[in-house]
Each structure stands twice: as C-alpha cells, then as structure tokens.
Design a protein around this ligand. Sequence first.
Ligand code: GAL
Ligand code: CA
Length: 353
Amino acid sequence: MFKKKKGLILSLTVASSILLATGCSDSTSGTDSGKSKDNSLPAVGATIYKFDDNFMSYVRRAMETSAKDKVKLMLNDSQNDQAKQIEQVDTLIAKGAKSLAINLVDPKAAQTIVDKAKAKDLPVIFFNKEPDASVLKGYDKAYYVGTTSSESGVLQGELIAKAWEANKDKYDKNKDGKLQYVLLKGEPGHPDAEARTKFAVDTVKEKGIQVEELAMDTAMWDAMKATEKMDAWLAKYNDKIEFVIANNDGMALGAIASLEKAGYFSGDKFMPVVGVDAIPEALEMIENGKMVGSILNDAKNQGSATIDLAANAANGKDVLDGTEWKLDDNKAVRVPYIEVTKDNIQVGRDAYK
Ligand code: GAL
Ligand code: CA
C-alpha cells in the first residue's frame, strides 16, 4: 500500500516536471516564447501564483502554446509570494511589456497591480483568481478571464446528489439516511474555494438530502496536505465518513492516497470521492472507479483566452478582436464548467489534449 501511495505522488511529480520542462522555470527572467522572432512580437508580461500547482501547470501550458508566434511571453513563477509578484510586475513593466496577464497570489492585491498598470497606461488581464468587481470597474483597461466560481459548486453538488441517490444502499454506511461528509477546502479567501464549499453542500441539501459535516479544513489545493488531513480524519472518524468532497482534484487525489493506505478501494471497502478540475490524473481515477467524478475546469480555454485578450491588448486592439470570447457586465470572460463522470470521460480527455 505504501508503494501505491508513492506511485501516485511520483506520477503527480512526474506530470508537473514534464510540464515544467516545457518552459523555462526561471522565476525572474521568465519564459520567452518564439525566441527567434521575438523582437518583432509585442511583449506580454505574465505571472502565475505558483508553478507548483497542478491545475495551473495546465493553464500555463495552454498559455505557452497559444502565445507561440503571437506574442513574446515573459512568464514568471510568483512562488506563492505576493510581494515577489509585485516586484515581478515592476520588472515586466521595465522590460517593456505591452500588456500584463496576472494570476494573483492574493486576490486582494489586485488594486496594487492595477495602480501600477494604470500609471503606464498598460492593459491588465487577471486570470484564474477573480479580483473584486470594483477593481475591474475602476480601470477601463482591466479584464478578467476565469469561470463563474459558484457554477462548479452547483455542478459538484448535483454530482454528489445523483451518486448518493443511485448508491444509497452502499454509501449510507450507518443507515441513518444522512450523508456524513468530510470536505477538503482550497485556499481560504480564494473565490473558487469559498464558492465551491458553499454551493456544493447547499445544492446537495436543496436536492432534499440531509447532510452532516464531520470535518472541513483547508488543504490549500495541495495533494500532500490533503493526504495528511485525510489520514487524521480517518484516524478520528474511521468508517463514519461516507463521502469525501474536495474543492479540487489535487486534494481528491491526496485523499485517495490516504484512503488506499487505509485499505479502501480493495475488496468491499469503498469511499466516494469527488473533485473539481478533471485533470488527467483524476480522469484516470474516475476510469478505474476510485473517483465518482469531477467538474471540468477548462485549463486549455482559460489559458488561450488569457493570451488572446492579452495579445490583442498588447497590439492596441479591442481585447475581443478576432476572437469568439464574450465579456459579461464585469468585463469577464467566463469559461463554463462541465460535469465529468465515467460516462463522458472523453470530454475531460479532449480538454487536456
Ligand atoms: C482553481 C483550481 C485549483 C487551483 C486554483 C489556483 O480554479 O480549481 O485546482 O489551481 O484554481 O488558484
Ligand atoms: Ca449516513
């Protein structure tokens, strides 16, 4: 069993190092895409809150792919440090970025970045971590590319409710008719983490299912932290736990590693686990029955929309010029989430191709 856990962590590490290898991981100099023709291409200065985030490594790959021959992409790893990110923004501006694409470390830092961009009349496209609407409103050249956070929670709640209704005999271990769950939360204060936590549980309740929360805590989107949490919860609640709800797949995979150590997914011992993102590692788990399902967070489209808008902005064009993206009233492009189970696993596969 120990071996299995190691294998999972190893495969996650390998997956991220392969992705890391596709671009320069230097946190200060950035990645210069399309090197030979760089000088004729407009420069886009970009930051990702940390490269060492499973889902964001796929967004990053999509950005690098769509930047090719279109813009000179200067991409920085902010290493989960907001002060560092602000310094990177200063450097990117000094290096001649014509627009900025920013995945904030702390959503509350949006105004500071906007102030810097505004001073140089530079457009800024925030992505993945949504800033307050008032910040976007305050600067006509600020936009957001992401999702409607609540949608992932609602879809995950619907997925949980469907699975519960279809398998109540098996899932309701203590036969009290209630769903006893533990919930692994993403980063507190992150709009996705807050909305997923709230809307997943509210939606299950709205479907008329009684729930009882045994434990809820943040594992910061992280697989290893989730394994530790799940180890502790299994030690405390053991088979009282009937469902594991995770705000993202990274944490769902971490929980599965812990469950496997405790003998789950062999013989009769089963635990329903759900996540969000539908990253390839999670699709594998869905395929082999260790995950009930996930909600596709479309990394490819979010990455390419970010570059489309940033490239147009850098060329002084309307951000939507020549694209099919639409802006809502908050100047946001919102890519839809999709429920993914074994039945439509190809939807997930296609999105991460
Ligand atoms: C969420 C995603 C998480 C994590 C987070 C980082 O949208 O579901 O897995 O990547 O963004 O901000
Ligand atoms: Ca029960």
